[in-house]
Ligand binder design. Structure first.
Ligand code: BGC
Length: 562
């Protein structure tokens, strides 16, 4: 409403009116944020390839190229011995790889706070900026010190982006397609991993700084696109409600729904968000900064709607996603397949696995809305248990009988690909969707931040321990293909976790999820139907909240003050 004015927000008791209808433009706004997934995927994808590049190794170790020392000789024992030592030392590999996870872990936790302070949108833009600083250091680096500093900054930025994009998307997406849209974020993660593999493949043979600088510098494009796009997109209306800036909330909601600010639909939806926030505040009041952190852990563990239970659910959800073992395949698949023999081109292997990941993810867009989050998590875990046990059994039987048995290796690759497709259509997207949906507004940003930090923590643990499980090294457990029995066993736990603890959130507004958690258990949640509104419960349906719409921000009164 240009020129200012007042919009009266009246709540509704009609459960079908708690969300305004949405235009195509509004869908596009929401879908754009999914682009943030590219950072996540690309940044986890390039480091492994760069660490194996000849130029990079030469620059770091100051050793001459093997083919210069042994011209025309690639078969002698001396060449092979030299080549074996022509690698970045193990501790430097670990440091540069895992330091990113340290950055992302802290980035995700800090970002939750920042998003409540400066808003979701600005936090993501800040994340892009921090990431760019990290990228500049990484690109400029010629030694482990500057590279590690760059990795910390880049990690902090990725932590900011990976947590807050989920928060932002969940808060602005229309309830009917919220799952599909957040699954779009997972799709972007998979594209990021694929792109990183392709760029690294294209530059790996270069014998100049372009070999590693090009893959690193490509990331600036992601930061520019996401940062610029978000500068134009509207803020989350739920953030403004949390801040008590109801006028801005009304404008932002009108913008994300593509409706006029004074439309009745916008009033009803805004009233519902306000009433829900007030309800949550009345249950767990947030007094101080520390108190607001403590409120993430308030309530009884046995009560599905308590903050404690939701925080634990989010943290465990991301932990279990990592413990499905998916990153074992992405981080270590190449080495694993090489050990099995018969396939010698590592790029081909990673291309197959990353392509299966990309191509199967879009099926989740439909599955997550038709079957629901809970069901796909349960069936996804069951499917992964089956695939991984089959891989383990083939490895322990046919694979063992004759070394490098091509039929057995091909069968194992086929089942590993089916395992990736099971993950990509279920746990990959659903873990992100669920953490964006289960928290009440009062603790949502911190809850999503803590859950995302858990994802990065376990991601790091897996990256660090995996080589010691399978590699052919002196101190390794040398599990070989038996490692799939371990991942399959962990997927059994994921199955039980989904069955007993994950509620169904499909088709509900974030406020209705709150009610559902209060009135049902995870196992009865699928049958729960909305029957009342928070506006009616908080008597907002009979009250009018005047929201000043003008050029200046007016700190609005809360509904209870009106
Ligand atoms: C996971 C990542 C994983 C990726 C694979 C994401 O949801 O969090 O750790 O590498 O999916 O597509």
């Amino acid at each position: 409403m240009p020129g200012g004015g007042v919009v009266t927000v009246t709540g509704t008791a009609d459960v079908s009116r708690v969300e305004a209808p949405v235009t195509v433009k509004a869908y596009l706004i929401v879908a754009f944020a999914a682009f943030g997934g590219i950072f996540f995927g690309y940044d986890t994808g390039w480091m492994g390839g760069v660490l194996g590049m000849d130029y990079f190794i030469k620059q770091y170790t100051h050793k001459e190229y093997p083919d210069i020392i042994f011209p025309g000789d690639t078969t002698s024992d001396a060449y092979k011995a030299y080549k074996k030592g022509f690698v970045i030392p193990q501790w430097e590999q670990s440091l540069t790889t895992s330091i990113l996870s340290a950055g992302t872990f802290f980035g995700a936790i800090i970002a939750g706070d920042v998003a409540d302070f400066i808003g979701r949108r600005l936090t993501i833009i800040l994340g892009c900026f921090i990431f760019t600083v990290g990228g500049i250091l990484e690109t400029a680096s010629t030694g482990v010190g500057v590279m590690s500093a760059g990795r910390i900054f880049a990690g902090l930025g990725v932590g900011f982006i990976s947590a807050i994009v989920i928060l932002y998307m969940s808060e602005i997406a229309p309830k009917k397609v919220r799952g599909a849209i957040v699954a779009g974020y997972q799709f972007c993660i998979t594209i990021g991993i694929l792109l990183a593999n392709c760029v690294v493949y294209a530059t790996q043979k270069r014998r100049d700084t372009g070999s590693y600088r090009i893959p690193i510098a490509v990331q600036f494009a992601w930061a520019l696109i996401l940062g610029t796009g978000l500068a134009i997109l509207p803020e989350s209306p739920r953030y403004f409600v949390k801040k008590g800036k109801l006028d801005k909330a009304a404008k932002a909601l009108a913008s994300v729904r593509g409706q006029p600010v004074d439309s009745e639909y916008i009033q009803d939806e805004l009233a519902e968000i306000i009433a829900n926030h007030e309800y949550e505040m009345s249950i767990v009041p947030q007094t101080s900064y520390l108190g607001s952190w403590m409120s993430c852990f308030e309530g009884k563990l046995s009560q599905p709607s308590s903050n404690l239970r939701r925080t634990i659910l989010g943290i465990l959800m991301q932990m279990m996603q990592q413990l499905t073992g998916i990153n074992f395949i992405f981080y270590f698949g190449t080495v694993f397949f090489q050990q099995l023999g018969t396939i010698s081109n590592p790029f081909l292997i990673s291309l197959i696995t990353t392509l299966v990941n990309v191509l199967s993810t879009p099926f989740s867009f439909v599955m997550v809305e038709k079957l629901g989050r809970r069901r796909i998590l349960i069936w996804g875990a069951a499917s992964m248990v089956t695939m991984q046990f089959i891989v383990g059994i083939i490895g322990a039987t046919a694979g063992k009988q004759s070394a490098h048995n091509p039929a057995a290796v091909k069968a194992m690759i086929a089942f590993i690909c089916l395992n990736i497709a099971s993950f990509a259509t279920t746990w990959g997207p659903a873990a992100w969707i669920v953490i964006g949906e289960i928290f009440p507004l009062t603790i949502r940003s911190r809850g999503v931040g803590l859950s995302t930090a858990s994802n990065w923590f376990w991601n790091c643990i897996i990256a660090v321990i995996t080589p010691y499980l399978v590699a052919d090294q002196p101190h390794s457990a040398k599990l070989g293909s038996n490692v799939f029995f371990m991942w399959g066993g962990l997927c059994c736990i994921s199955f039980l976790f989904a069955f007993f603890l994950v509620p169904e959130t499909k088709g509900l507004s974030l406020e209705q999820v709150d009610k559902m958690l209060e009135e049902s258990t995870p196992r009865t949640s699928r049958k729960w139907k909305p029957h009342s509104t928070f506006a009616a419960q908080m008597n907002l349906a009979e009250k009018h909240i005047e929201v000043p719409i003008g050029t200046e921000t007016v700190e609005s009164k809360t509904a209870q003050e009106v």
